[in-house]
Design a protein around this ligand. Structure first.
Ligand SMILES: [Zn+2]
Length: 407
C-alpha cells in the first residue's frame, strides 16, 4: 500500500455505506479513514492505520460523525434571474400551468438566461454549487434546459463543462429536453426532429453530456415524443433520466422502465403500474420533496416504491421555479417526516443510491478504492442530520483527498 497523504482519525461514527461496518449504513465506531492519491486507501480502526507520508494531512474528527460526500442526483444549477414573484403568485392561488400560460414560469427563466452573458451564468451557477458544497454535496448532476434551442443548449452544457473543470465539485452533465420553445409550440414535430437529428448528435460529438433527460408530462413532452428522443439518445450512448409523472400520471415511469433509463424522477403522481414497471426494470426513483413542498403537491410514494424494491434516491431539484434550495439535508428531513423514509434509507438515498444512479459506483461510499470524498459533521450521530430540520452541521468537506470546504 502506498503511504497515505490524508488521514481522518478519531471519528465517533463512520457511515461507510459499504459492507465495511454494521447495518444498512455500514456503521463503524472509533474509526479512521486514510486516503492516497485521492482514493480511499483504508477504512477501519485507528490501530490498523497504514504508514503516513511525511507531509500527510491529519484531520482530528474529535469524535464527530463522518460520512461519504453527498451526491445530488437532480439539479438545474445554470440559469439567470429568479422567480420570487411567481412564488408569491402561486401562494395566492395561481397554478403552475396558469403561470406558464401567462408567459411566466419556465419561459421567464429562458428569457433571463438568454439575455445573460456566459460570465453571469457561470457566476450564478458557481454560487449555487458553492452552497451545495456547503451542505456536503461533493458530486452533483447538472442539467441544461433553459435555452431550448440547439445553440443555446450547447452553450449551457459548455458552461457546465467549465464549472466541472474548475471544481472542486464533481459534476455529471445532463442534456435536458425541457419544454417546447415559447414560439414553437405549434410546430412540435419539427422541434423534436431538431433535437434528435441535430442537438443530440452535436452534444455527443462534443462529449458534453453523460445523460439525456426529458420533461415528459402534461404541458411538456408527450410519451411518443419522449420515446423518440430517448431512443436516439440511447443509441448515441447517453444514459437516460426522465422527469416523470409529476404534474399528471402520463405513464412516464413505465416509459422510463421500458427504455432502460437509469432514473425516473419526481413521481408525485406515479401509478401502481408505474411503480411495478420501475421495480421490474431496476430503474432508480429520484424523489424531490422540495418540489412537492413548494408546489403543495402530493408527496411522492416513497414507501410504496421501497416496498416494491425500487432503489430510491433523493435530490433537491434545485431550480428557480419550483424548488429554490441547495439543502440536501433538508430533503432528508422531508423524506423522513413526510415520505416516511427511515433515517438509514434517507442516508443511502443521498449517498450510494444517488451515486449509482449517476453511474458513479466509486462515489457515495467509503471503502478502499472509492473516491476520498467525505464530510465531517458537527454532530456525533447520523440521525442528527435529518432530525435538525433546516440546520447545517457540515464542518469539513473533503473531495479527492483534499479539503474543499470548511465551515
Ligand atoms: Zn427537475
Amino acid at each position: 500500500m502506498p503511504a497515505v497523504d490524508l488521514v481522518v482519525r478519531n471519528i465517533g461514527q463512520l457511515v461507510t455505506c459499504s459492507g465495511a461496518g454494521a447495518g444498512p449504513l455500514g456503521l463503524l465506531r472509533g474509526a479512521a479513514v486514510a486516503a492516497s492519491d485521492g482514493r480511499v486507501a483504508y477504512v477501519g480502526s485507528e490501530a490498523g492505520l497504514p504508514a503516513l507520508a511525511d507531509d500527510a494531512v491529519v484531520i482530528d474528527a474529535d469524535g464527530a460523525l463522518c460520512t461519504p460526500g453527498l451526491c445530488e442526483p437532480h439539479a438545474h444549477p445554470v440559469f439567470a434571474g429568479d422567480r420570487c414573484a411567481e412564488f408569491a403568485m402561486r401562494i395566492e392561488g395561481s397554478t403552475y400551468l396558469e403561470i406558464q400560460a401567462a408567459g411566466g414560469g419556465i419561459y421567464s427563466t429562458v428569457r433571463h438566461t438568454r439575455a445573460a452573458t456566459d460570465d453571469a451564468l457561470l457566476k450564478g451557477a458557481r454560487e449555487r454549487l458553492e452552497r451545495l458544497l456547503s451542505f456536503g454535496v461533493t458530486t452533483c448532476e447538472a442539467k441544461s434546459g433553459y435555452l431550448l434551442d440547439v445553440e443555446g443548449e450547447l452553450r449551457l452544457l459548455r458552461i457546465i463543462r467549465r464549472l466541472a473543470a474548475e471544481g472542486p465539485w464533481r459534476l455529471s452533465p445532463t442534456l435536458l429536453v425541457h419544454v417546447l420553445p415559447e414560439d414553437r409550440r405549434e410546430a412540435r414535430a419539427r422541434y423534436v426532429d431538431e433535437v434528435v437529428s441535430e442537438l443530440i448528435p452535436r452534444v455527443v460529438a462534443e462529449g458534453l453530456a453523460e445523460s439525456c433527460d426529458v420533461f415528459c408530462d402534461r404541458g411538456a413532452f408527450t410519451i411518443e415524443e419522449t420515446r423518440a428522443i430517448l431512443t436516439v439518445a440511447k443509441a448515441r450512448g447517453l444514459a437516460l433520466r426522465l422527469h416523470a409523472d409529476q404534474i399528471a400520471d402520463t405513464g412516464a415511469a413505465a416509459l422510463a422502465a421500458e427504455m432502460g433509463a437509469r432514473t425516473a424522477d419526481h413521481l408525485e403522481r406515479v401509478s401502481t403500474e408505474g411503480i411495478a414497471a420501475l421495480a421490474a426494470a431496476g430503474t432508480t426513483a429520484v424523489l424531490l420533496p422540495g418540489a412537492a413542498l413548494c408546489l403543495a403537491d402530493p408527496w411522492p410514494p416513497a414507501r410504496a416504491l421501497l416496498k416494491a424494491g425500487v432503489p430510491v434516491a433523493l435530490g433537491t431539484d434545485l431550480n428557480p421555479g419550483s424548488s429554490m434550495t441547495e439543502s440536501l439535508p433538508l430533503m432528508m428531513s422531508l423524506a423522513c417526516t413526510q415520505l416516511r423514509m427511515r433515517v438509514e434509507e434517507a442516508w443511502l438515498a443521498v449517498t450510494r443510491v444517488a451515486a449509482d444512479s449517476l453511474g458513479r459506483a466509486d462515489a457515495g461510499r467509503l471503502e478502499p478504492g472509492s473516491r476520498a470524498d467525505l464530510v465531517l459533521w458537527g454532530c456525533d450521530d447520523y440521525r442528527h442530520v435529518p432530525y435538525h430540520v433546516g440546520g447545517n452541521h457540515v464542518r469539513t468537506v473533503v473531495i479527492g483527498g483534499e479539503v474543499a470546504f470548511e465551515a
